[in-house]
Ligand binder design. Structure first.
Ligand code: BGC
Length: 504
């Protein structure tokens, strides 16, 4: 008999044959929520802030955004940050992940001129968090490159590594006395999709080139910032610094060897390209991906691979440069070579790997076209990461559900409950997960989708000049999970009135 079934009869609190409500999150496990500067701050040109690539894109090409909106005001957190922190206290989180806006601190991107008002804003935010014992986690870069640096080539210019190092130095020097939890980049795949597709700013669409160049330069920038922190700041500040990836859950469509390999190559192309150089034993880009892009490039008549490799010295410089594996997770799918359709640009990263994905119709569809609920998807992606880098310390830095407006958000409630059951399943198997940060504290500017897709535990009224925030049902459910450190599937809030519990 399985252990779960034995425990089940002893505790009498099980769903089917699995232990459910009795499982607790261990004491070391931290809970929190996340946001990002461009998505919430607004005040796009206030107090000396410079223009970034999202300001530029939304102002010069508004039709690129589904509802033609922008982040000029967004949640107006630049003025409402105290209300944001009140919401964190209502929820009872122990960690708040936010990003700092490069062009608010360095309006031109380069470090010759620092905007003191930007520094003051983040100092106030950090001090207010610490006043209530909430640990700040800073994402140094969450997609909002200063426009001036984009004009100099952005992530396609190898000098981005120096520019980022200079910026990171200011962040460590200014905030590192109080902030002990840093992440360099949020989701390199999405940052680089701005160079290899039309999916994100700066929408360069240099398919099969821009994305690979960006990957290489971004990893060197990350490694420079890591070494800087490690050598010059960690000895006195004593914090940790990592990297944040997007990992979706994937399973082979069939048991065939081809489909199993498809999952591996898909992982290599979508996240291993960024993580193998840091976490694998020998470093460098993933082997099969390197071979595949080299062969494709040769067949296409190029004299060099479109994926420029690292020198041995660069490989060694990047290897091991992360104290934890930060992972954002949303969707999942089946993967197969048989699902490949030759509709992709040539050359392109998708054409290089020649495979397709499939999400059955019966999977619940979120408000985002790319996001379907794959059963057990949280457990699946955690197993994928652990299998690739056994024992790596994982923080789930984003996870959540997208809906339309509305306070009673049963789908999000169910999503969080099953996602956190997936975390408990992984913990039961000994997977080294240390924290979970829900995405997002509140509705915000959802990039190309504008305000049409909502990820918030709190609903934001974007028609109200005060940007009033109202807790959704999911806020009460997540609060209860954090408080009891258990997933209680039967818990219902007594009312929708939020209060701050004692001690917060
Ligand atoms: C990003 C967030 C975004 C979320 C939902 C992640 O890729 O880091 O900024 O809001 O996904 O799309």
């Amino acid at each position: 008999m399985k252990l779960a079934v034995l425990l089940c009869s002893a505790l009498a609190v099980c769903h089917g044959a699995e232990v459910k409500q009795s499982r607790k999150f261990p004491n070391y496990f931290v809970f929190g929520v996340g946001t990002a500067a461009y998505q919430i701050e607004g005040a796009w040109n206030e107090d000396g802030k410079g223009e970034n690539i999202w300001d530029y894109l939304t102002h010069t090409n508004p039709s690129a955004i589904v509802d033609q909106s922008n982040g000029d005001i967004a949640c107006d957190s630049y003025h409402n940050y105290k209300r944001d922190i009140e919401m964190l206290r209502e929820l009872g989180v122990s960690v708040y992940r936010f990003s700092v806006s490069w062009s608010r601190i360095l309006p031109e991107g380069l470090s010759y001129y620092i905007n003191e008002a930007g520094i003051t804003y983040y100092n106030n935010l950090i001090d207010e968090l610490l006043k209530y014992n909430i640990q700040p986690m800073i994402t140094i870069y969450h997609w909002d490159l200063p426009q001036r640096l984009q004009e100099l080539g952005g992530f396609m210019n190898p000098l981005i590594a120096d520019w980022f190092e200079d910026y990171a130095r200011i962040v460590f020097k200014t905030f590192g006395d109080r902030v002990k939890f840093f992440a360099t980049f949020n989701e390199p795949s999405e940052i680089c999709s701005g160079y290899g597709s039309l999916g994100k700013a700066p929408m360069l669409n240099e398919t099969g080139f821009g994305d690979y160049l960006c990957a290489r330069n971004l990893l060197l920038a990350h490694a420079k910032a890591y070494h800087l922190y490690n050598d010059e700041f960690r000895p006195t500040q004593g914090g940790v610094i990592g990297f944040i990836l997007a990992v979706s859950s994937t399973e082979p469509l069939t048991d065939s060897e081809e489909d199993k390999f498809a999952v591996e190559l898909y992982s290599q192309a979508t996240w291993g390209i960024y993580t193998d150089p840091i976490y694998s034993k020998e470093g460098g880009f993933p082997k099969e991906l390197v071979e595949r892009v080299a062969a494709k490039s040769a067949a296409q008549g190029y004299s060099r691979s479109r994926l420029p490799d690292f020198s041995e010295e660069e490989k060694a410089f990047i290897l091991g440069t992360s104290d934890f594996f930060g992972v954002n997770h949303y969707s999942g799918s089946y993967v197969s070579q048989t699902l490949y359709t030759s509709q992709h640009a040539i050359p392109s990263a998708l054409d290089d790997i020649e495979m397709g994905t499939y999400a059955p119709d019966e999977w619940l569809q979120s408000a985002s076209s790319w996001f379907q609920l794959m059963p057990n998807s949280v457990h699946i992606f955690l197993k994928l990461i652990n299998a690739r880098y056994p024992g790596v310390r994982i923080y789930i830095t984003e996870n959540g559900w997208s809906s339309r407006e509305g306070i009673v958000d049963e789908d999000r409630v169910n999503y969080y409950r099953s996602a956190l059951e997936g975390v408990l399943d992984a913990l039961d198997e000994g997977i080294n997960v240390h924290g979970y940060l829900a995405w997002s504290l509140m509705d915000n500017f959802e990039w190309m989708a504008g305000y049409s897709e909502r990820f918030g535990l709190y609903e934001v009224d974007f028609n109200d000049p005060n940007r009033t925030r109202t807790p959704r049902k999911s806020a009460f459910i997540y609060k209860n999970i954090m408080k009891t450190r258990m997933v209680d599937h039967d818990y219902e809030p007594e009312s929708y009135v939020m209060t701050i519990d004692e001690g917060h």
